[in-house]
Structure formats: structure tokens, C-alpha cells
Design a protein around this ligand. Structure first.
Ligand code: IVH
Length: 668
């Protein structure tokens, strides 16, 4: 076969395979047998082996995954990927609909879509000139991870669209692992002694966020498109038309989307989905209700978090019966003892539940729980399962009373429960369990967010004796790290670099990272705004703290107690000695939010907001607003009569937005 013939045959095969894959994966209605499909596929692979230069990124062969990556690149969403507000009852849906009607200032009959809310991972797919050029996760809404190679392996995601596709199209949808495949995957993992995925959503996320796309390719993931980023990019006026159009583009859409003309129809569809959910091949956790017309959606707009034109109506929490086989007492970072019921494993809504929180001693007495009891366990969405009540009629007489420990299960110090409080505590600051939890907190997302230092690794380092307390993190010996089982020079180096980076922090982040009782992220930010530096804070009094906006008595005394303890002062001193640097300038970016990490500069005249208001919004959303142009600026917002900055920004490669785009980003 010469090259020209190969090229022709290649184009033909590609077209056929694409056509049949669509019939098979999207329409569920294949025309040819699997064997025939495999034969065509084989032929394509052979041809590509012979003429590798013919391979294009949209070839069906590219779905099998490429070379592993070392990390995901960032993917910026031109328009933010929002979340949804939830309602849980019909009355709340009525209230939502009423609000929509009021906002639109209209009593006209609206139409809506009601769609299954699929429990998977939100993704954005970008097609340019019909080709899938980028796929990403939601991330923080503005910046996600570029997982293009992995998304290319998802069988029902078309690698290229029909010729009629717009020049650029960004669609959004949910990637999920069908329930049967989820069960099978967990079965295999049990066999191989690997940790099980807790639910289909985790399995989907775990499969998609693989650096090696071959692993993703081996997972039977599926995608369902439910929307687009830019309403003007498609020839449609409403959701109903959009779904038809998406289907024409061969993009997978959910067959259970219903156009509803009134609330009664929406409610009927909810009941139908609730009944159907257990028969569906994929997990759904509710129904999404959206205003149908695009112009009304635009009129309603978004809040920073969610659209005002849509809402998720969640299904009631799933419940199941389980037997309590024991109780474990966990020691938290502030010494709080939390009883956790150990259950005989039970499936609730596709998830294996083995533990359920019992909150505290009082809760156990109030519910009258005994070990050996059959209890009702409830799991609502992602929250930790909890024990609702014992089923008294199931008692055999063999149950044993729960005896709350008098001593810390780890350090054996006598526990205490202050008057009027529900929580029992271990008061030993040196308790190894507390220390471990404090280190985990310090390194984790709510703390300094040290890359690669999650719960497992902290446990490992503690077990290996490399760290005993927080400051030890800043003095990890490289050779010993590298010598750990499963580690090496490279991973040790990487962790040390991440730690070095985390040493540069802000007062707010540090305060939140210390895990002081009552000092969460928001309180830490309030404190950091008030105090110039750590020294000033260390010298403050409870009386002065009470004058700080948002600080109450509990917080004030907790903070002063913390700083009064010699151990804690020493801990801070050691951290500073080991290179901890507190930048006051980082204060603003530490307010993590939708815009965190982004730096905005405004130029020209804005028409909807004053410049001060615009800067205020940026700050509220965790971004930084500056007044002069530098490389640090990530977004230049140009109002009317924007001057020379515009050109300079272009030279620096800075993203320029007009006011409208800015308003969209901040959800107004
Ligand atoms: S619309 C701006 N429709 O639910 C509107 N979301 O809890 C954003 N989801 O992040 C979403 N099925 O990942 C929409 N039919 C559906 C959905 C759906 C699942 C997910 C989506 C979103 C999350 C919000």
C-alpha cells in the first residue's frame, strides 16, 4: 500500500470507527458486532504502525493513553465553573422558583429543565475547529487541572465534532464510572490488596486524575454533557434546543432530561428519578432544575458560587441498618475525644460504610446505644455517615453498655470534660495522637498546604521517627527521607522543595495552620488583618482581642491560652529559627476564594462599579488588586478609555478582560 492509499484508508477507518463508537457508546445502539469493530480497530492500529506520521490526536487509537506525566498543568477556565445551591424539599424548590420569578419581575409561565444530577466529577471540554484540544477539572472554579490526555480515553467523548461545530466550543459535563464497573473495580482492588474507592464519585476522580493516562484508559469511564460555558457560542436560545444541538454534535447527553412547564411537572419528574435511581447504571444524588431560556438565565446571573437560575434538588439521605461491633475513640488535634462506631460493613447507596461518627459521650447516652446494637445509619452526600438510632426491637440481650474511657487511649492521661461542654478532652499537649493530628493539620490543606505531605506521608514520617512535632517538618534530613521504603532521592528532594516553599507564608495561614481551638481560617484572617505581625499578636491581651471585629470571648481566651503555654512559644520560635517567613503582603492571597492566586489591575472607567468597588470584590473573592502594571498581574480589566496599560499588558502577555467579562468572572 502506498502512502496515498494508506491516507485514504486511514481517513475511512477513522470515520467508520468514530461512527460506530458513537452508536455503541452514546446511542447504545450498535450496528456492527464487537468483533467487527475490533477488526476495524486492529486495521487502524496496523496502519498507524506502518505510517506513524498519520497519527493525529483525534485518532481513535489515541484513546488508549499516552506517556505518563509528572504533574498536571493548570487549566484556566475563561468563564468560571460554578457549583450549585441545594434544596432538599419540595417547599424549598417552591421558594427557589418564587425567587426566580420575583427576580425576573414577571408572572409569565416559565419553562424549566429537570435533569438527573450525576455523582461524578465535573469537567470542561474545549473543542477548537471541531477538535478536542483541552479537557480539565473544575479545580477552584477558575483554574483546574489539565487532564486532556485522560479525557481523550473516555470512550463516549468525541475527539472531534461534526463540521458544523463552532470555531470554539467549551462544554461542561460530568465524568462518572458506571455503578457495575465501580463494583467490579473494587472487587479487583480487594483481590490485589489495594485500598477500595469509597463511592463511584471517588472512583471517577481517582481514575481521571491519573498521571498515567493508560490507567485511565483501562477504566470504563463515561461522560454526560449538561451545559456550555458561553451561551453565545451555540445557535440555541434555550436548554431544550441546546440538548438537541449537543446530540447532533454527537456529544453525549442524558436521556432523562425533561422539559417542564410548571412545578408539578418538575416534582413528578423528581419522584420518577427517585424511583429510577436504583435501576440506573450510574449513581445520581438528586435532580438539577434549570431555567430553560438563555436570556432569562443571563438576566438572573450568578452569585460568586452558583447560578441564580439553577438549583440542585438533592435526594433524601440514604439509610441502612448495621450492627455496631465496637467503638473506637479518636483523639483530635485539640485533644477532643470522638467516639466512632465500628460497624459490620454495610452498603449504603453504593458505598461501603464501616464507621459512623457518634460525635460525643452525650450523644451515645441520648441515643441509648449499646455495643452489639443493630442501628440505623444515615449517609447524606459526602458527609461522614452517622448513627441515627438503635433498633430496640432487634436487641437480643447480649448487647454491652458503652463505657466511655477515663483515660486517653493513646497517652493514658486522665480525660476531662469541662462543665457545660459536650466534648471530653485529653489535656496533654504532648499526647502523641494530638501531635500527629496537629502535624497532619499543619501540613494539610487548611494549614500550610505542603504538596505531597498528606495524612499517609505524615504518618509514615512519624512512624519512621523522622518527626515528632511540627517544627521537625522544617528540619527533615534528606538522606533518611530518601532511605524510606518506597522513597528515593527524587521524592525526598521534591518534598523538601515543597516544604521550603511552604515556609514562606502569611500570618493568616500560619495562625490557621497551628490548629488552635476556635481559630479557623476566617478568624485567622480577621486576626491577620488587625495585627501587624506575630510579635504584636503574641503580646496582646484577651481584653484587646475582644476589641477586634469578629473575635469573641472563647476565641480570645483560646488564643491567649495557646500563646501563654511555654511549649507553644518554643514551637513558634523553632519554626522561625528553621526559616519560617511570615509575609504580610501575602495576607490578601491567603483569603482563599474563587480568585485566590490571581492579581487584578483595573484601568480606564468602569460603568457598573467604581474602581474601589471592583477592587473590593476581587479581595472578597480572595484575589489581589494592585494599582500598577507588573509581571505579577494576571488579569487587566480595561474599562472605557483604557490607555497605554492596555498595550503594555499585551506585551507582557497578560490576560485583558472587558468590564462585562470581569463581571461574569465575579458572578455579577
Ligand atoms: S449544572 C452552572 N447539571 O453537580 C451550573 N450540574 O453540585 C453548574 N452535576 O459541579 C452545573 N449533574 O459537577 C449541572 N445535570 C447537571 C449535573 C450537574 C451533575 C454536578 C456538577 C456541579 C455539581 C454541583
Amino acid at each position: 500500500m502506498d502512502r496515498q492509499q494508506a491516507e485514504n484508508r486511514f481517513a475511512e477507518l477513522r470515520k467508520q470507527l468514530q461512527y460506530h463508537a458513537h452508536r455503541y457508546y452514546v446511542l447504545d445502539n450498535p450496528e456492527i458486532s464487537d468483533t467487527e469493530y475490533d477488526r476495524l480497530f486492529r486495521e487502524l492500529l496496523d496502519l498507524e504502525a506502518q505510517f506513524p506520521e498519520l497519527i493525529t490526536p483525534d485518532s481513535p487509537s489515541q484513546r488508549v493513553g499516552g506517556e505518563p506525566l509528572s504533574a498536571f498543568a493548570e487549566a484556566v477556565h475563561n468563564l468560571p465553573m460554578l457549583s450549585l445551591d441545594n434544596v432538599f424539599a419540595a417547599e424549598e424548590l417552591d421558594a427557589f422558583a418564587e425567587k426566580v420569578q420575583r427576580r425576573l419581575n414577571s408572572s409569565a409561565q416559565l419553562t424549566w429543565t429537570a435533569e438527573p444530577k450525576i455523582d461524578g466529577l465535573a469537567v470542561e471540554l474545549i473543542y477548537e475547529h471541531g477538535l478536542l484540544i483541552e479537557g480539565s477539572t473544575r479545580g477552584n472554579g477558575l483554574v483546574g487541572e489539565n487532564i486532556t490526555a485522560n479525557l481523550r480515553t473516555v470512550r463516549n467523548i468525541p475527539l472531534c465534532l461534526d463540521a458544523a461545530a463552532p470555531e470554539r466550543l467549551a462544554v461542561r459535563g460530568e465524568v462518572f464510572l458506571p455503578r457495575g464497573d465501580f463494583a467490579e473495580l473494587n472487587r479487583q482492588r480487594t483481590e490485589q490488596g489495594q485500598q477500595l474507592f469509597a463511592n463511584p464519585r471517588n472512583a471517577a476522580a481517582g481514575s481521571l486524575r491519573q498521571l498515567d493516562s493508560k490507567i485511565t484508559a483501562a477504566r470504563p469511564l463515561s461522560c454526560c454533557i449538561y451545559g456550555i460555558a458561553d451561551l453565545r457560542s451555540v445557535p440555541c436560545q434555550n436548554m431544550a434546543e441546546l440538548f438537541v444541538w449537543l446530540e447532533q454534535m454527537h456529544l453525549p447527553v442524558n436521556p432523562l432530561v425533561k422539559i417542564c412547564h410548571n412545578l408539578a411537572e418538575i416534582k413528578a419528574h423528581y419522584l420518577r428519578l427517585q424511583q429510577l435511581r436504583h435501576e440506573l447504571d450510574y449513581a445520581i444524588d438528586g435532580m438539577v432544575v434549570k431555567v430553560n431560556e438563555f436570556n432569562l438565565q443571563e438576566q438572573l446571573g450568578n452569585t460568586a458560587r452558583a447560578p441564580r437560575w439553577a438549583v440542585a434538588w438533592k435526594f433524601a439521605a440514604a439509610e441502612a441498618e448495621a450492627v455496631i461491633i465496637g467503638i473506637e475513640y479518636q483523639v483530635g488535634r485539640t485533644g477532643a475525644i470522638t467516639p466512632v462506631a465500628i460497624l459490620e460493613p454495610v452498603h449504603i447507596d453504593g458505598t461501603v460504610v464501616r464507621r459512623a461518627t457518634l460525635h460525643n459521650q452525650e450523644e451515645i447516652s441520648r441515643k441509648g446505644l449499646m455495643i452489639g446494637d443493630t442501628v440505623l445509619v444515615r449517609r447524606a452526600g459526602d458527609v461522614i455517615p452517622e448513627v441515627v438510632k438503635p433498633l430496640l426491637e432487634r436487641r437480643s440481650g447480649q448487647e454491652q453498655a458503652v463505657v466511655f474511657p477515663q483515660q486517653c487511649p493513646i497517652c493514658e492521661q486522665a480525660l476531662h470534660r469541662p462543665e457545660g461542654e459536650a466534648v471530653t478532652r485529653c489535656g496533654n499537649l504532648h499526647c502523641p495522637a494530638q501531635k500527629l493530628q496537629r502535624i497532619i493539620w499543619f501540613a494539610g490543606k487548611s494549614g500550610l498546604d505542603i504538596d505531597g505531605l498528606g495524612l499517609k506521608n505524615v504518618e509514615k514520617l512519624v512512624e519512621a521517627g523522622l518527626i515528632k512535632d511540627i517544627p521537625d517538618l522544617f528540619a527533615l534530613p534528606k538522606e533518611q527521607l530518601a532511605a524510606l521504603e518506597g522513597w528515593g532521592e527524587k521524592s525526598a528532594e521534591k518534598l523538601l522543595q515543597a516544604i521550603e516553599k511552604a515556609k514562606q507564608t502569611s500570618l493568616a495561614r500560619l495562625l490557621a495552620a497551628l490548629g488552635i481551638r476556635h481559630i479557623g481560617k476566617t478568624t485567622a484572617e480577621l486576626l491577620a488583618e488587625h495585627f501587624v505581625d506575630l510579635n504584636q499578636l503574641l503580646q496582646t491581651t484577651p481584653e484587646h482581642l475582644l476589641t477586634v471585629h469578629g473575635i469573641g470571648e472563647q476565641t480570645a481566651s483560646s488564643l491567649c491560652d495557646y500563646f501563654a503555654a511555654q511549649e507553644n512559644r518554643e514551637l513558634l520560635a523553632r519554626l522561625l529559627d528553621l526559616g519560617l517567613t511570615i509575609h504580610s503582603g501575602l495576607k490578601k492571597t491567603a483569603v482563599s476564594g474563587q480568585l485566590s492566586g490571581l492579581v487584578f489591575l483595573f484601568t480606564g472607567t468602569l460603568s457598573h462599579l467604581t474602581r474601589a468597588e471592583a477592587e473590593q470584590r476581587v479581595k472578597q473573592l480572595g484575589g489581589e488588586a494592585v494599582s500598577s502594571l507588573s509581571k505579577k498581574v494576571t488579569h487587566l480589566v480595561a474599562g472605557e478609555k483604557a490607555g497605554s496599560k492596555l498595550q503594555k499588558a499585551a506585551e507582557l502577555g497578560i490576560r485583558v478582560l472587558d468590564e462585562q467579562e470581569f463581571l461574569q468572572i465575579i458572578g455579577e
